[in-house]
Design a protein around this ligand. Sequence first.
Ligand SMILES: [Cu+2]
Length: 84
Amino acid sequence: MVEVTIEKYLFVPAELTIKAGTTVQWTNNEKRASHSVLFPAEGALESERLLPGDSWQRRFDRPGRYPYTCGPHPEMHGVIIVTE
Ligand SMILES: [Cu+2]
C-alpha cells in the first residue's frame, strides 16, 4: 500500500507512480478541513467525505493515468500513474 496525505489543501505527493495491483490510501491530515477523492473521468467515482484523520483506499489494477481532484475543492489536483 502506498500513502497519499492531504494537508494544507494539497495532495502529497500530487503525482504518484505505482505498479498495477497496488492499493493507494489517502489520509486527511488536516486539523479542520474535510476533503474527498474524486475521479471525474470515471463516472465521478468519489470517496466519502474524509474528516480529519479519516482514510480511504482504492486499488488500481489497470495501467493508465488516473487524474483526480477533491469534490468540495476542485482547485486541488492529483494524479496516479499506474504502470504494468
Ligand atoms: Cu478538499
